[in-house]
Design a protein around this ligand. Structure first.
Ligand code: UDP
Ligand code: MG
Length: 318
C-alpha cells in the first residue's frame, strides 16, 4: 500500500453476492479515482455459499486496495459490518451494501459534507426502488414504533449506508454489545450527525437476504437494544388487570350474597376470561423472555464473529 492511512475505509458486508462483486469493485475504484481519494476496501464475506469465496482472489487481484475477510460461517449483516469496523484504518469510514442499492458514486459528496464539520453523515432514502410494498410498510411501522418506544432518536428511511470520521468510528467500536443494531448505536453515540438524501435503487443482481424471519429478528434486536418500554408495559398492564380483578371480585361477592342463583349460567364469561388471561400471560412471559435471552447472550461473552481467512491483507503481521 502506497498510503498507510487511507482517506477512507469502505466496509461492505457480503453474503452470496457473486454477481455484484466485480461491478462493486469497479464502481468503488472509479469513484475514488475520480475524486482523487485514497481508499481501502474491506469486503467481509459472511459465509457465502454461492462460490464467491473461490472467486475473490481473481476478483480482487486488480485492486490492491481491497481485502477480503472470510468469516467462518453466516453471522449476519451487523456482525459482518463490525468485523470490517475492527479492521478499518482509514481517516474516515463508510458502510455500504454489496448489492449496489446504495450508489458508491455519492460517497465523495458525503465526505464533503463530513468535512464541513460533521462526525456522521447518514444516507436518507428519498426513494426506494425494487422493494415490495410489504417491506416498505413493515419497515415504516417498525421505525414508527421504535421512535415511540426508544429514548434515542433513530433516523427514519436510513439504512446502514453511512460515512463517519475516526472519532465517531472509535466511539462506535467502544460499544461492547453483541446483539447489534448499528444504525441505532450510531445515533446513540451522539456528536454532529446529518442526513444526506439519495435515491436507493434496485439491486444490481440477486435478491434480498432479509426474509420475514430475519426481519423480525432484526426488529427484536432493535427494540430490545433501545427500549425497555415493553417491560414497563408488562408491569403496567399487570397492575391494571389486578385492579380490574379486584373490582370484579368485589362485584362477584356482592352479587353472590344478594342473588345466590345469578352465576349458574355463567360459563361464557369464565371461559372468555380464562382464555384472555392465558394468552396475555404467555405473551408477557415471552416479552420478558426476549430480554432475559438477551442478557444470556451478552453473559456468554462469545466473540461477535470468527474470521477464517483474510485475503490480500494490508497488515504485515498477518
Ligand atoms: N448480508 C450479510 N449477511 C446476511 C444477510 C445480508 O452480510 O446474513 C449483506 C448482503 O450481502 C448485503 C447487505 O447485507 O450486502 C444487505 O442485505 P440485503 O441486500 O439482502 O438486504 P436489503 O437491502 O434487502 O434490506
Ligand atoms: Mg439490499
Amino acid at each position: 500500500m502506497a498510503n498507510p492511512t487511507p482517506d477512507i475505509s469502505v466496509i461492505v458486508p457480503v453474503y452470496n453476492e457473486l454477481e455484484n462483486i466485480p461491478e462493486l469493485l469497479k464502481r468503488i475504484h472509479q469513484t475514488f479515482q475520480n475524486a482523487e481519494l485514497s481508499y481501502e476496501l474491506i469486503l467481509v464475506d459472511d459465509g457465502s455459499t454461492d462460490g464467491s469465496r473461490e472467486s475473490y482472489p481473481e476478483f480482487i487481484a486488480p485492486y490492491p486496495q481491497a481485502t477480503v475477510v472470510l468469516l467462518s460461517r453466516n453471522f449476519g449483516q451487523q456482525p459482518a459490518i463490525s468485523a470490517g469496523i475492527n479492521r478499518a484504518r482509514g481517516k474516515t469510514a463508510c458502510f455500504i451494501d454489496a448489492d449496489l442499492q446504495d450508489p458508491p458514486e455519492v460517497i465523495p459528496d458525503m465526505l464533503k459534507e463530513l468535512a464541513a464539520g460533521y462526525d456522521v453523515i447518514y444516507g436518507k432514502r428519498t426513494q426506494r426502488d425494487g422493494e415490495t410494498f410489504f417491506k416498505k410498510a413493515t419497515s415504516k411501522l417498525f421505525y414508527k414504533s421504535l421512535s415511540w418506544l426508544a429514548s434515542t432518536e433513530i433516523p427514519r428511511d436510513a439504512g446502514d449506508f453511512r460515512v463517519m470520521n475516526r472519532k465517531a468510528l472509535d466511539a462506535l467500536k467502544a460499544l461492547p454489545e453483541r446483539r447489534r443494531f448499528l444504525r441505532g448505536m450510531i445515533s446513540w453515540i451522539g456528536f454532529k450527525q446529518k442526513a444526506f438524501e439519495y435515491e436507493r435503487h434496485s439491486r444490481f443482481a440477486g435478491e434480498t437476504h432479509y426474509t420475514l424471519t430475519k426481519m423480525i429478528q432484526f426488529a427484536a434486536i432493535g427494540i430490545t437494544s433501545f427500549s425497555t418500554a415493553p417491560l414497563r408495559f408488562v408491569t403496567y398492564s399487570g397492575l391494571l388487570i389486578l385492579s380490574l380483578s379486584l373490582i370484579a371480585s368485589i362485584v362477584v361477592i356482592a352479587v353472590k350474597f344478594t342473588n345466590p342463583d345469578y352465576f349458574l349460567p355463567g360459563f361464557t364469561p369464565i371461559i372468555l376470561l380464562l382464555m384472555f388471561f392465558g394468552g396475555f400471560q404467555t405473551f408477557c412471559m415471552g416479552l420478558v423472555g426476549e430480554y432475559v435471552g438477551r442478557v444470556y447472550d451478552e453473559a456468554k461473552g462469545r466473540p461477535l464473529y470468527i474470521v477464517s481467512q483474510i485475503l490480500q491483507s494490508h497488515d504485515p503481521d498477518e
